[in-house]
Design a binder for this molecule. Structure first.
Ligand SMILES: [Zn+2]
Ligand SMILES: [Zn+2]
Length: 308
């Protein structure tokens, strides 16, 4: 055979000579050519794939669907057979070859092998995986947002509890985070205005609740409350001096925790010389008083009020 081909070639019948190549030889030639043109072949294939990407994807989806269907029907019948006791409850994994219960299978492979394969792929293709995830997220932004919302709504109490616990455990980081978050916003006038509006709206919507809350706080933190209030008043009137909770408590104790004027119940702290008349916030200017005394005294001087 080789001889006849050689003669034909010599005689110039090249086409016929090529036809005479055996299948084996043809394949070898092709392989050699492919090895030489790996890059261009890949580019061609790529170009072709992306030109026909929709068709390709549809095809693969269809194939997947078919295989799923086949698997399901198979599974169904397997189940039926299993129920009748005509089926072995174990299978042999096509990858590791170990016999395992049928429930631990995904298609022909056992779940361990499947997991292993996935893990290996993730480790060997981190950029691909990241890129893939990013593209998917970009494409499904709206879906993700909806899902997150739904999930949050479903587990709201749990989420809030968790967030609260985290904030308690990571106070510093939480603060830092908030500072960083608010930095740009707080410096913008518009945002501050918005914030005030939000606060106002919230207050109006929750007025009763908020009032009850602050009332409860005032009762529970009497001394602290006076410190704050005095500080605020002092600020308003630019009064001098300040008193710590301990100092106020000492003043209250000095008057036996009673009103310094009528011996009634101790309900508030009075400025002997009113702040409006240049009185200070030094402990010496503070006395416990009942609400009535404090109120009727108002901005009057002590002697004038007593005379009245
Ligand atoms: Zn396996
Ligand atoms: Zn009184």
């Amino acid at each position: 055979m080789g001889d006849s081909r050689a003669t034909l070639c010599k005689s110039g019948a090249r086409l016929r000579g090529q036809e005479l190549k055996t299948e084996e030889e043809k394949r070898a030639t092709r392989r050699a050519w492919e090895a030489k043109n790996v890059e261009s072949l890949r580019a061609t294939r790529h170009a072709w794939y992306w030109r026909n990407v929709e068709t390709c994807r549809a095809k693969s989806r269809e194939a997947q669907r078919k295989s799923r269907e086949r698997y399901r029907s198979d599974k169904g019948s397997r189940k039926a057979r299993q129920a009748e006791g005509r089926l072995e409850t174990t299978r042999v994994c096509s990858k590791c070859g170990i016999e395992k219960p049928s429930s631990e299978f995904h298609y022909a492979r056992c779940l361990m092998c499947r997991r292993e394969q996935k893990r290996t792929w993730l480790i060997t293709n981190p950029e691909k995986q990241r890129a893939c995830n990013a593209t998917w997220r970009e494409k499904n932004k709206e879906k993700i947002r909806k899902q997150n919302h739904a999930r949050y709504a479903r587990n709201k109490p749990k989420h809030r509890e968790q967030a609260y616990a985290w904030r308690q455990a990571n106070r510093e980081r939480d603060l830092e985070y908030h500072r960083a978050w608010g930095k740009g916003r707080r410096s913008s006038k518009e945002y501050r205005k918005k914030q005030r509006e939000w606060g106002r709206a919230w207050y109006l919507a929750n007025k009763e609740r908020q009032l009850a809350k602050s009332r409860a706080w005032r009762i529970a933190h009497k001394d602290q409350f006076h410190v704050y209030r005095n500080r605020n008043r002092a600020k308003r009137r630019e009064a001098k001096g300040q008193a710590t909770p301990e100092q106020i408590a000492a003043r209250v104790a000095f008057y036996g925790s009673r009103c310094a004027y009528c011996n009634g119940p101790y309900e508030s702290i009075d400025h002997v010389v009113p702040l409006s008349r240049g009185g200070s916030n030094w402990p010496a200017n503070l006395r416990p008083a009942c609400k009535k005394c404090n109120f009727t005294k108002g901005t009057k001087r002590l002697l004038k009020w007593k005379a009245a």
